[in-house]
Design a protein around this ligand. Structure first.
Ligand code: SAH
Ligand code: ZN
Ligand code: ZN
Ligand code: ZN
Ligand code: ZN
Length: 513
């Protein structure tokens, strides 16, 4: 099963326009699992195929599932490549070297020692992002160390740790307080008692804080996240280091069992999965992973409840709606705008900042999810869901059609509602921004198929660029390496940085259009 259009065209150099020359990379899920994928430090790699002008090239290759930047993981291997024993051994050694220095158990033991320390001895090294025990002090003497780490601070590691936002791989964007509280407050109302937090460390900690506080909540939470720094703050039963692009538990079977037990507790009653993956990530591998977690929950169900679904909140930008629904047709998108602390673009509109394009996709009936009226959300009885203030029910579409929170207008020629900034173009035969160039392919984005943005601003593009670089690099490696080449490569990296900057600017424009 190959991913459909989403990878197509993604690899093309920016500015290299037109659909004709489209080439890209697709992720392939082999139907025959007999040949297991080779391992990189992030678990099993994914199999990719390069697509040229709509045709698959025959040579497929493995690359890292998690890292969208070669600097983070440069794994590359042709599918049919035979590696010597020596190279396999070297790879294994490399994979081991890349693992965190402390085992999961050691981290938990350190945590127990740490909380026993008197307050003045509880230190945290900002530079190494690590809780220190007295034996470590000497080694960090020259670093920026803060002391008096309180129980309160230990309970909020997402505030203590620096978000890994500059790293494409982690893209750590933390929920703003209002969003985090909104999510936590929903849980009891929906009869939920356990939350599987997949890539939502801040939600995890708020749930635990509430449960430990005097509030009448005893909701349990298990965090799965790739960021090993969190191992320092939690015992094994509340954090597993996990890769959501390949369903890999870094601490093996024991961690997998922690997850299984959590999902199947109480015959699977009262549990929800909440996930907020990096937006640059690929939808298909994520969907495959989530289906595996859902299946794990399902194993614990009795026969007569086989029709039930595991409740899910998948937090992702609204322009992925069609992609997500391709994999999860029962999901619908809520109007609630998910807000972040450290993301300049994705902040809530009500406070005069930009409106966030990030939404909640869920299989819980939307009529049950009451959105805060203080923020202008109201109930549409016709749609049976809560909608944003300016989202108006269109009698022609018979739905509240706005996706971005602004009032959309119905176009009778297009027979649908469109963004307020769009006008109908008689040359193109559809609505578009007034300053669009006529005759441009009307397919919209060539990567995800959405009409409201182009390939250059598609959030999926970053993912595939890395893979292309990997292919290119591999080819370069074959040709003899000269000093000249190294120079060229450096300057290429430089252009790609400016290109990235431009793309970010364009993405910004797009979000504001
Ligand atoms: N809004 C959330 C954080 C979302 S940011 C909150 O406030 O709780 C994305 C999260 O996914 C980060 O915590 C990051 O460490 C994690 N992540 C990134 N890549 C991942 C991967 N491959 N597998 C698992 N988690 C990942
Ligand atoms: Zn990797
Ligand atoms: Zn409506
Ligand atoms: Zn129109
Ligand atoms: Zn036009």
């Amino acid at each position: 099963m190959a991913a459909p259009r989403d990878w197509l065209g993604a690899v093309e150099e920016e500015g290299n326009s037109g659909l004709q020359g489209s080439s890209g990379v697709e992720v392939v899920f082999p139907s025959d699992p007999a040949t297991p994928a080779p391992l990189c430090p992030h678990g099993p790699t994914l199999l990719f195929v390069k697509v040229n002008q709509g045709k698959e090239e025959s040579r497929r290759f493995y690359a890292c599932s998690a890292c969208r930047d070669r600097k983070d993981c440069n794994f590359f291997q042709w599918e049919d490549e035979k590696l010597s024993e020596a190279r396999l051994a070297a790879r294994e050694a490399h994979n081991r070297r890349c693992q965190p220095p402390l085992s999961r158990t050691q981290c938990a033991e350190r945590y127990l020692k740490f909380i026993e320390l008197p307050l003045p001895e509880r230190k945290f090294c900002q530079r190494c992002q690590q809780l220190l025990l007295p034996d470590d002090w000497e080694k960090h003497r020259e670093h920026w160390v803060v002391g008096n780490i309180s129980v309160g601070q230990l309970g909020r590691p997402s505030q203590l740790l620096l978000p890994l936002e500059n790293k494409k791989t982690n893209a750590q964007y933390l929920f703003a307080e209002r969003t985090c509280h909104f999510l936590v407050d929903l849980l009891p109302a929906l009869g939920l008692t356990r939350v599987l937090c997949v890539g939502t460390p801040r939600l995890h900690e708020l749930i635990r804080l509430k449960a430990s506080g005097d509030e009448k909540s005893n909701i349990k939470s298990l965090l799965l996240d790739i960021d090993f720094r969190y191992s320092q703050f939690y015992m094994e039963d509340s954090f597993c280091r996990y890769n959501m692009f390949n369903h890999h538990f870094f601490d093996g079977k024991a961690a997998l069992e922690v997850c299984r037990t959590f999902l199947q507790e109480d015959k699977g009653e009262g549990v929800i999965m909440v996930t907020d993956p990096p937006f640059g990530g690929l939808v298909e591998p994520l969907a495959v992973t989530f289906k595996k977690l859902i299946a794990m929950w399902k194993e614990g169900q009795s026969q007569d409840s086989s029709h039930k679904e595991l409740p899910v909140f998948w937090i992702f930008p609204y322009f992925f709606e069609s992609r997500i629904r391709q994999f999860f047709p029962s999901f619908c998108m809520l109007d609630y705008q998910v807000d972040y602390d450290n993301h300049a673009l994705y902040k809530h509109g009500k406070t005069g900042r930009k409106q966030s394009p990030v939404r909640i996709f869920t299989n819980i009936p939307p009529s049950k999810i009451i959105l805060p009226s203080e923020e202008g959300y109201r109930f549409c009885p016709l749609c049976q869901r809560y909608v944003s203030l300016e989202n108006q029910h269109c009698e022609h579409c018979n739905s509240c059609t706005s996706k971005d929170g602004r009032k959309w207008n119905h176009c009778f020629l297009c027979k649908k509602c469109v963004k307020p900034s769009w006008i109908h173009c008689s040359i193109c035969g559809h609505c578009a921004l007034p300053d669009h160039s006529c005759g441009a392919p009307k397919d919209g984005c060539f990567i995800c198929g959405e009409l409201d943005h182009k390939r250059s601003t598609c959030p999926q593009i970053t993912a595939s660029k890395k893979v292309i670089k990997a292919v290119r690099k591999q080819k370069q490696r074959k040709s003899k390496k000269t000093k000249m080449e190294t120079v060229k490569e450096q300057s290429m990296n430089h252009t790609s940085v400016t290109r990235k900057k431009k793309r970010r600017e364009r993405a910004h424009q797009y979000l504001c259009s």
